[in-house]
Design a protein around this ligand. Structure first.
Ligand code: NAP
Length: 329
């Protein structure tokens, strides 16, 4: 930290993006402070086996992987505050970040606060998380070879997950609370045409059943009031995600769903010195590996920004807006 108490880098968020940004900026001697959140680790803390992160050929438990990420950043001098950020002021330099009454100041801030998968809000869902209740088919579908699974939701994510799961599971029950879908018609057509998928419409999940692992899902038909227990090996909840961006409203640009907007493929936000990485920006790929990659990009972007302030003439890594592609969905 500099003598006037202003850090070079503060990282907000303790998931794959935040810890990777910490690792890179620590190794660049930027002495980052990571305000990792009271519940650090992010979405990986509610998953069990991670088999798709390169470098772990035998798989790894999500929480263990996050501890490994954190330890690696710590090894190079990253410091951690295990608390939640309550307020930020990015309107001028130095940038200011508060945890309660405590003010932290920095020349650059990397926002890596992630997103949370929406949950059904059932105690039984919480109890069986990582033991059959999951929020990511890309991550967990392969565990359900020749099994029966339930997918909940009626948007494009639910359709995509149901279709993807049919490559592994022998039967997919798609439970949706209405009889009309929010998903695009083409996705709904594909789901309807797939014989491995059975639609359970006008139905809400009332309880996830099972002691040690998911055994069934109790659904109630909202039109008839009838409840049915659907035997299943797993439940994929695909009812959307919420980016953690309430703190930044009015300070950083966001899209309609609250995801932060960055310039082109860079991590540059509209506030000078503020960069954003991981699921707080990316609502498409949402993987630990892609978030980690963006965390690296943000650290490099912050490093370039600091070098420019110090009078150097760094080349931008990504030209302004050069790589932006229009979104077609
Ligand atoms: P979404 O479009 O917001 O859909 C969420 C779905 O979950 C809705 O059907 C909603 O039901 C249901 N739902 C919400 N809360 C629920 C609850 N508490 N209990 C039961 N059901 C609940 O979210 P998404 O599917 O994740 O998609 C997000 C965005 O990404 C969309 O713009 C989507 O088009 C896009 N996306 C596109 C693709 C693709 O094109 N390949 C793939 C994935 C996502 P209601 O309909 O009744 O509200």
């Amino acid at each position: 930290m500099s003598e006037n108490g202003i850090r070079k880098v503060i990282i907000i968020g303790g998931g794959p993006a935040g810890y990777t940004a910490a690792l890179y900026s620590a190794r660049a001697n930027l002495e980052p402070l990571v305000i990792e959140g009271f519940q650090w680790g992010g979405q990986l803390m509610i998953t069990s086996d991670v088999e798709n992160y390169p470098g772990y050929p035998d798989g790894v438990l999500g929480p263990q992987m996050m501890q490994d990420f954190r330890r690696q950043a710590e090894r190079f001098g990253a410091e951690f505050v295990t608390d939640d950020v309550t307020r930020v002021d990015f309107s001028s330099q130095p940038l200011r970040v508060w945890t309660g009454e405590q003010e932290h100041r920095a020349e650059t801030v990397i926002v890596a606060t992630g997103a949370t998968a929406r949950q059904l809000g059932l105690p039984s869902e919480q109890r069986l998380q990582g033991r059959g209740v999951t929020y990511c088919a890309t991550c967990d579908a392969a565990f359900y070879k020749e099994k029966t699974v339930v997918v909940v939701g009626g948007g494009d994510s639910a359709m995509e997950e149901a279709l993807f799961l049919t490559r592994f599971a022998s039967k997919v029950l798609l439970v949706h609370r209405r009889d009309a879908f929010r998903a695009s018609p083409i996705m709904v057509d594909r789901v309807r045409a797939n014989e491995a998928i059975e639609l359970v419409l006008d139905s809400v999940v009332e309880e996830v059943l099972g002691d040690e692992k998911v055994e069934a899902v109790r659904v109630r038909n909202v039109k008839t009031g009838e409840t049915t227990d659907l035997a299943t090996d797993g439940i994929f909840v695909a009812i959307g995600h919420d980016p953690t961006t309430a703190l930044f409203r009015g300070q950083l640009d966001m899209d309609d769903a609250g995801y932060l907007l960055t310039d082109g493929k860079s991590t540059v936000t509209k506030a000078p010195g503020v960069f954003a990485a991981g699921d707080v920006v990316d609502h498409v790929y949402r993987q630990a590996i892609t978030a980690a990659g963006m965390g690296c990009q943000a650290a490099l972007d912050a490093e370039r920004f600091l070098a420019a302030r110090d009078g150097g003439e760094p080349q931008p890594l990504v030209e302004e807006g050069a790589l932006a592609t229009p979104r077609n969905w």
